[in-house]
Ligand binder design. Structure first.
Ligand code: DAT
Ligand code: MG
Length: 206
């Protein structure tokens, strides 16, 4: 059996329709088992080491902010190596513009690396990631049950269209304002946490 780290990134943890969609997939537990799940806001040093192979890339400072700005849902799953590969297939490709139609990232991701879910990509990385993260939080208990449905809207495709405009320098101010309004409708965050969700979304577009 392989172990893997799974993370609902902030866009999936706090856009409630996305959270429900990913949760509905995860809880089918078709060929895997959820061994632990908890809310956790990682410190920067954990994210910097988790993504150390990306240090120096232009998006790295954004990536660290993205992964540390808000509480995430973090857990451990067990699966065979083949099942882990199929879970990764369900996820889709890393960057949203390249993600396979019908995959979770194509369905729910907004733009670029705002791609909803982290899942260890192989048994070796899974073992290393579980070891690293278990030094920060216990990965032995399912503490979180999420909702399979929500009354909040899912504006993914509208957000993606607006994000593409902002990234392309087209109607930047109007599109930015619309992105903020749509995200506010999707989440129950308020105040500073809502501002943080705006920031990590909009900063991926520059
Ligand atoms: P994955 O999450 O599919 O395993 P990865 O491990 O190569 O992808 O990269 C980790 C994260 O870093 C990824 O989920 C989002 C971000 N990232 C990687 N490449 C990127 C890029 N070219 N532009 C923006 N974000 C990127
Ligand atoms: Mg990876």
């Amino acid at each position: 059996m392989a172990e893997a780290l799974i993370i609902f990134k902030p866009d999936a943890a706090h856009r409630l329709a996305v959270r429900a969609g990913i949760w509905s997939w995860l809880t089918t537990e078709r060929e895997w088992k959820i061994e632990s799940l908890a809310w956790y806001q990682p410190p920067a040093n954990l994210i910097e080491s988790h993504y150390d192979f990306l240090q120096g890339r232009p998006f790295f400072p954004w990536l660290v902010d993205f992964m540390t700005a808000l509480p995430l849902v973090v857990g451990r799953v067990t699966a065979s190596a083949e099942a882990l590969e199929r879970m990764r297939y369900d996820l889709g490709e890393t960057r949203i513009a390249q993600s396979r139609p019908g995959s979770l990232r194509e369905r729910f991701g907004i733009f670029g690396g705002i791609n909803c879910v982290h899942l260890s990509d192989a048994p070796e990385t899974g073992a290393a990631e579980v070891k690293r993260w278990s030094g920060f939080l216990p990965l032995d208990k399912v503490e979180v049950k999420l909702e399979p449905t929500t009354n909040k809207p899912d504006h993914t495709y509208h957000l993606r269209s607006l994000a593409t405009q902002v990234a392309g320098g087209i109607h930047v101010e109007l599109a930015t304002q619309s992105i903020r309004e749509l995200i506010a409708q999707e989440t129950d965050l308020t105040g500073e946490r809502l501002e943080a969700l705006y920031r990590i979304t909009l900063e991926a577009l520059t």
